[in-house]
Each structure stands twice: as C-alpha cells, then as structure tokens.
Design a binder for this molecule. Structure first.
Ligand code: HEM
Length: 213
C-alpha cells in the first residue's frame, strides 16, 4: 500500500485500521484497570487466600497471602504493560498518518471549524457550534492519549531513566487521574456517533469501516 492508493478516500485505510486497533487497545487497557480494581484487588484477595489456605488445613501469614494476591495481580497487569506499548506504537502510526496526509493532523478539523464559524452570521452560528465542539472534543482526546502514552512510558521505564520516587509519584497520579478522561470519552464517543446517525448525519460508522458512506 503506497501513500497514493492509501490516501485517496475521505477516511484512508491506514486511518481506519488505526482507529479500530486503537479502540480495541484502549478498551483492553480500561479492562485491565477494571480487573485490577475488582477481581485482582489484593486487599480483597489477601484475606480470601488466607482463609482458603486455613480451610484446607494449611497456614499462611497475612503478609504471605497479600504477597500471593499481588503476584497474581501483577501477572494480569503484564497485559496493561503490553497494551500500553501497543498504544505507544499506534501513536507512532498516527503520526505517520498525519505526515502522509497533513489534512489528517489532529486539531486541524477543529481549526477549520473555528475559522468557518467566525465567518458565519450570528443566526447561523448555533447550528455550527455543535460540530465545532465535537471536533474540539476529538482534539482534546488526542492530547489526552499523548499524555497517557508519555506518562505510561515514564512509569514503565522509570528504573532505566533513573527517576527518584518523588519524581515518579506525580506522574503516576496524573496517569491515574487521566484514566477518568479516557473512561468518560469512550461511552461519550459511542453515544455521540449513535445520536448523530439517528439525527440524520448518516454514514459515520460505514465511513470508518470502509472509507466512504
Ligand atoms: C488508555 C490508556 C491508559 C489507561 C486508562 C491507563 C490506566 C492506568 C491506571 C489507572 C494505572 C494505575 C493503576 C494502580 O496503581 O492502581 C496505570 C498504571 C500504569 N500504567 Fe497505564 N494506562 C494507560 C496507558 C498506559 C500506557 C500507554 C502505558 C505504557 C506504555 C502504561 C503503563 C503503566 C504503568 C507502567 C503503570 C504503573 C504500574 C505500577 O505502578 O504498578 N499505561 N495505568
């Protein structure tokens, strides 16, 4: 696939593939967070392990049971790290998409919407406001993903980077906090697309699947 054949439709194949994979990876990352906070929560699992070992006639200290619970959680968390690296690779792919077709640079659609909004008479502005805000939201989500990937990579390579605990701690807090932004965007995005289709903006889904409406 060379650039001339890939970038001929309104939604190039590479962008559509990126979008699908990005969605799967983000859902996977959110899934690992959900598992960490629920099924693999060491605070719940520690006492469960301790009780079960005692019930079958064995003995394990409270600290030992918690260590086992954390071990199991950490094995599951390897998925977060693998998916995190996949998200970082997808970020590079998205940069390639933007380099091949500068029209697809994130925020460009928003910048275009703002300049056409400015040129509109005030009576027409109310209808143009919503699409402009949608494009702003998309741009903000791109920025959030960049921050998520950057902070995730810092956490992943903190030892290699020789970072002190005090330097890592705010990065981790920011990474955790931004998770809520990602978690909020996913349902908002899906509901937004469904509502737009129902309101007559047909073809958004097919455009993202086979490139044209
Ligand atoms: C949608 C994107 C992401 C979400 C929602 C997300 C969410 C989270 C959350 C909530 C935590 C804190 C878990 C806890 O301590 O309770 C975390 C930690 C972490 N994340 Fe992510 N993350 C994302 C992307 C990434 C990426 C791109 C990477 C790396 C390339 C990454 C690597 C890490 C690492 C290394 C930790 C620290 C684990 C630890 O201290 O044990 N994450 N992430």
């Amino acid at each position: 696939m060379d650039a001339s054949t890939v970038f001929t439709s309104p939604r190039p194949a590479l962008l559509r593939a990126w979008h699908g994979l990005n969605g799967v990876v983000i859902l996977g990352l959110l899934g690992t967070v959900l598992l960490r906070k629920t099924v693999f929560n060491y605070r719940t699992n520690g006492p469960l392990i301790e009780a079960k070992v005692a019930a079958v006639g064995g003995a394990v200290s409270t600290d030992g049971a918690v260590a086992v619970a954390k071990l199991l959680r950490d094995q599951m968390w390897e998925w977060h790290l693998a998916l995190g690296v996949a998200l970082a690779v997808l970020f590079v792919v998205r940069v390639v998409v933007a380099v091949l077709d500068p029209e697809l640079v994130p925020f460009r659609a928003f910048a275009r919407a703002v300049s056409s909004f400015r040129g509109l008479p005030s009576a027409a502005r109310s209808t143009a406001l919503h699409p402009m805000l949608v494009k702003l939201l998309h741009g903000a989500f791109y920025a959030l993903l960049v921050a998520m990937v950057a902070s995730g990579l810092v956490l992943l390579f903190k030892d290699n980077l020789g970072l002190a605990k005090e330097a890592v701690s705010p990065v981790k807090e920011a990474h955790e906090l931004m998770m809520w932004g990602v978690a909020a965007f996913v349902p908002l995005h899906v509901v937004g697309v469904v509502v737009a289709e129902l309101r007559g903006e047909r073809g958004l889904v097919s455009q993202m699947i086979h490139g044209r409406t």
